[in-house]
Ligand binder design. Structure first.
Ligand SMILES: Nc1ncnc2c1ncn2[C@@H]1O[C@H](COP(=O)(O)OP(=O)(O)OP(=O)(O)O)[C@@H](O)[C@H]1O
Length: 703
């Protein structure tokens, strides 16, 4: 008999104490091995409306709730005795009459009242209404979904029991009501409230268990391994249950390179990991490169992959997880037998400065450094002729032939000095490996999956393209243009990577609360267009849970800022948020003392990247916003957002032209977006008066 795992089971398991979890897992394994074995004690839940709910004894106090039909056994829930029974008595499992998906439906008559939680005060600026509680005696609130016919509500999966509540929902009852509905119905209603558009009904599926909405909460287990994976990491729901949109993207066959977009927290990394697993499953000869922007992010990917693979070494040995740079270094060493020495940015800048001293170009040093980094080095311009012809895409300063000639003297010297000292720049290392690999038919990997692809530069993308084999599904990218903080934009198509028609945007945010997402989204345009004209539309993204309003403060002094931040930290700790689920971010190392002072005043144990305490004790992370990439915490403070700090005055002063100024402002904005969207439940943003201009955008009311 197949065993089905429900997401309600893994979520409930995660809430039990460690020893209770261990015992529950043993019983779950016994159930999967043989549900008829004599030691298992089943009791029918007599008071349930669903005759198929049974309890199974785990220990004196713990019960697993299973849903048993002649055809299958489902692990539905686990809890202490009375709570487990109460859960089953209030639910039934049924196939939705319109969508055909299998749902766990709360029996409406057993839910006493639908009222917003008294402690939560929030406003949701993305929604067409104010969700803060209406004052006593105010006029009756307007109904939000009264224009939708019953058939329309059914088409997005609202269970028949709940049609009346949805039809009469007001802004005050909406979120409390959504918590009782199946996910697809809650998301569909949220999307409608935010955009006025009802998502089209999914195509009918003959087998209810194969319906995409069924698969997001129930999984038919293929063996013990799969149950082990799911139960060992009950917090990582995504290890087993994907959103239908995520699943679609993971399973699609692509006729060329594909790119998955989506704002922060929509599960792009999760999709990248599942794509890796899918390729490994389907192709026993696959050798995959899973790559990302930095070494810490690559390490995080490796950890998550271990969750997904259940730590199986036969799987992990076929995947190389490394940052772009690391993999280029390794391939260089492999093909040449030499180690590449890479000059850091300051060394290269010093060489440009020295070379510029000897030539009269009429251009500022700032301009020449920028031209070197973004044109000469990035595009590997190796001669005066090549420089004369290069289109200098996106650069606003036009350069005549004479000017290029003069500038080339500087750049030729820089190239020569680097050559004499046998130094690579990052870009030239990528170029060297690109050159060795491009002509070859035998490539090191069969598939390449790239996370944080928005921070790929020209040399990196060329490099990945050169090491990718000639097959349609060789390249799979995930990234969010809105989070680009390291690279200038350029045309992917121009480098032969054409993702048109294979570019998909994820819309359900699993990480950040409605309130935090809505506020952070104000920092970015609703649609972002890349150089190739591909548009990423952030509208219609919904978060699956709600939380407290973010706090945004412009204080009169650093002392006042600290007092407010300390209060925020103390409240988070008092509400049970552990120290290691708190982070304090600042724009640059100069502001780190302010972040540390907050942690110390709040008696919050903390670590910084340089404190070496990374894995030793449960401590908050204090670091720069660049470090925030790819991480997540329950509470985040972004402090010291002062005028001149964000955007960073030194960066603004460093720009070579108007184009670069726009770029700097955009990436500073994106940096704040990245830092703010690391928060799941609570966010605090502060600066000292007059404060960063970007703070104004955060608190600006939507027009
Ligand atoms: N299907 C899912 N079910 C439950 N949780 C999910 C699902 N997909 C993603 N998540 C959770 O959502 C959070 C964000 O996921 P992920 O890091 O993949 O997003 P992302 O789009 O890569 O974010 P960012 O762009 O900020 O790096 C994580 O906590 C992840 O566990």
């Amino acid at each position: 008999m197949p065993t089905i795992l429900a997401d309600s089971f893994t979520a409930a398991l995660a809430k039990l104490a460690n020893d209770e979890q261990k015992q529950a897992k043993l019983t779950a394994f016994d159930l999967q091995a043989n549900p008829d074995q004599p030691g298992l004690q089943f009791h029918r839940i007599d008071k349930s409306k669903d005759p198929n709910f049974w309890s199974v004894r785990v220990s004196r106090d713990i019960r697993i709730i299973v849903h048993k039909t002649g055809a299958s056994l489902m692990l539905a829930y686990v809890d202490h005795h009375d709570d487990a029974y109460a859960w089953a008595e209030r639910r039934r499992i049924e196939t939705h009459p319109a969508t055909g998906a299998v749902q766990i439906v709360e029996v409406r008559e057993r839910v006493e009242e639908i009222a917003p939680p008294a402690t939560t005060k929030f406003t949701q600026p993305d929604l067409p209404f104010d969700t803060s509680s209406a004052p006593q005696g105010a006029a009756p609130q307007p109904l939000i979904f009264d224009r939708l016919a019953q058939a329309e509500l059914l088409s997005i999966g609202v269970p028949p029991d709940w049609l009346n509540d949805v039809a009469t929902a007001t802004e005050e009852t909406f979120f409390a009501l959504a918590a009782h509905l199946p996910q697809e119905a809650a998301e569909g209603l949220l999307e409608y409230a935010a955009t006025g558009i009802l998502k089209p009904a999914a195509a009918p599926v003959a087998d209810p268990m194969a319906h995409p909405d069924t698969l997001r909460r129930f999984r038919v287990l293929e063996g013990m391994d799969e149950l082990q994976t799911a139960l060992d990491a009950p917090f990582e729901k995504w290890a087993v249950f994907l959103h239908p949109l995520q699943r679609g993207v993971v399973e699609r066959e692509y006729s060329g390179p594909a790119r998955v977009a989506g704002s922060a927290g929509t599960g792009k990394t999760v999709v990248a990991l599942h794509r890796v697993m899918r390729v490994l499953r389907l192709d026993p000869d696959a050798r995959i490169l899973l790559t990302t922007f930095s070494d810490p992010l690559a390490a995080a990917l490796q950890r998550k992959l271990a969750v997904l693979s259940g730590g199986r070494s036969d799987i992990e040995s076929r995947v190389t997880v490394a940052s772009f740079r690391k993999i280029a270094e390794e391939l260089f060493a492999l093909t040449t037998g030499r180690k590449a020495h890479i000059a850091d940015r300051d060394t290269v800048r010093g060489i440009v400065e020295k070379a510029a001293n000897d030539v009269k170009t009429g251009f500022s040093l700032r301009f020449m450094i920028s031209e070197w980094e973004n044109v000469i080095d990035a595009w590997r311009i190796d001669s005066a002729d090549a420089y004369a012809d290069v289109p200098r895409m996106g650069r606003k300063n036009r350069l005549g032939a004479k000017q290029r000639e003069a500038l080339w003297q500087v750049f030729a010297t820089v190239r020569q000095v680097l050559g004499q000292r046998s130094l690579f720049t990052q870009a030239s290392l990528f170029a060297a490996v690109t050159e060795t690999c491009s002509g070859k038919t035998d490539k090191p990997f069969t598939h390449i999956v790239v996370d944080e692809a928005q921070d790929l530069g020209v040399p990196e993308l060329r490099f990945l393209s050169a090491i990718a084999p000639n097959r349609s599904d060789a390249l799979f990218f995930t990234g969010d243009i809105g989070q680009r903080i390291f690279q200038q934009p350029f045309s992917w198509k121009g480098l032969g990577i054409d993702v048109r028609g294979r570019s998909i945007t994820l819309k359900v945010n699993y990480r950040t609360s409605q309130q935090i997402r809505a506020m952070a989204d104000r920092l970015l345009p609703q649609t972002v267009r890349d150089v190739d004209g591909l548009e990423e539309d952030r509208r219609g993204t919904v978060s699956v849970f709600e939380g407290l309003d973010p706090e945004v403060i412009i204080a009169d002094s650093e002392d006042a800022e600290r007092v407010a931040a300390v209060t925020f930290v103390r409240m988070a700790l008092a509400d049970g948020i552990p120290a290691d689920q708190i982070a304090i971010f600042v724009r640059s190392a100069d502001e780190l003392p302010r972040a540390r002072a907050i942690a110390e005043a709040a008696e919050l144990p903390y670590r910084t990247i340089s404190s070496g305490k990374l894995h030793t004790e449960a401590s908050a992370l204090v670091g720069t916003m660049h470090l925030a990439k790819g991480l997540e915490f329950r509470a985040v403070l972004v402090v010291a957002c002062d005028e001149g700090v964000l955007p960073l005055a030194a960066r603004v002063a460093d720009v070579a032209d108007e184009f670069e100024l726009d770029e700097v402002i955009a990436t500073e904005r994106q940096l704040l977006y990245v830092a703010a969207t690391r928060a799941r439940d609570r966010l605090f943003v502060s600066g000292v008066s007059p404060g960063s201009e970007l703070i104004e955008d955060l608190i600006r009311l939507p027009s």
